[in-house]
Design a protein around this ligand. Sequence first.
Ligand code: HEC
Length: 389
Amino acid sequence: MPEQQSYLRFSQTRRIEHWTLVGSFAVLTATGIPQKFSQFRVSEWLLWLMGGLEVARILHRVAAVVLVLLTIYHFGTLIYYWYVERGSPHILPELSDARNAWEQVRFNLGISKEKPRQGLFTFEEKFEYWALIWGTFVMVLTGFFLWNPITATQFLSGEWIPAAKAAHGGEALLAVLSIILWHFYHVLIKHQNKSMFTGYLSAHEMAEEHPLALENQDYVAPTIETTDEEYLARRRKFAYGYGGAAFLLVLGVVWFVSVEQTAVAQPSVIPDLGRASGFTPLTPTPFPTLAAARFDAEKIGTTWENGIGDMFAASCGLCHQGQGSPGNLDLLTYSGALAGGDSGLAVVPNASGISLAVIWPQRQEHPGRLSPDQLNALRDWIEAGAPER
Ligand code: HEC
């Protein structure tokens, strides 16, 4: 039990608040910073330790919700303290804080021999407190944008989302560094302030750090006549007012975490990766060709004059007409077909196997085509000696 030699600094509920905040902050940091610096090996390793990126993302969201609920609770305690208990708001910044800061710098530099005499909360503590409030506001707002980008861009332009991401990561880094450099220095190194564990500050610490609070007895909790009618009325009003506001705020949190799934849904990473690779066809892309002219198989005929010549004219005559046509092959006349072109004989009577007119239409890179029926009729005609009539 503390003696008169120590002063209550943090009630048990305040200490629970603080350590809940520590827990939430630690999880947010551990899961958030490796995501911000994802290009580093150590981040990959940390995420792997947590059970992977997806687990880290879920933990980050859970810790964020804890932080938001804690903030709603904290504002409730402030309003209760100020409104119901009529406590004085020692945490508010005052002009004297700027003076104290100036004095402290002069003292640190050895210019002044006197340390500023500070009250219940020093300017360092106030600065940190309000930085936390401001930081939480920024993180919750930008966190909302990142969590619900589609909802956010119904009111704002799209560039707010990458801007929110930059602000979210930057503010996070600032918060982590200020906790490590500023907070840890002030409570762990400068003094070993155990009040967040025990709840109490020693008389020596009070005299050193908060002499004005000792003088003005600011450490004394507001005394309340619990039967006082006015106090009871204020308490009722608080219960209804804050109760209603807190209810709406919690509804807001539910909306916050459920309004959209965009950034929550987990893509199935591994199996889908294959689809992202370039399209590599197993067979070469076919060369564009003219479709084989439609010919009634029955009517192709068996001589040049009663059908074969017409078939060549319809399927090949577009290109192979007269001197100077592709390969110097003229397929519009019987003599032209038997003469062949640059590569050799197009029609070798009785030898369809070596007739180029049969071979070329089947070559991939040749644009002219014959249907299977037409090819058969052509082969039959050649095997029959390629008669003109
Ligand atoms: C769209 C135009 C086009 C059509 C239609 C066409 N060809 Fe060709 N053909 C060519 C081209 C181009 C060449 C190649 C010329 C070269 O490389 O010197 C060629 C070359 C040939 C050759 C080789 C000529 C040689 O001696 O070098 C034969 C045989 C041939 N075609 C047969 C046919 C037949 C039979 C048909 C009808 C089924 C046909 N072609 C339809 C464009 C056509």
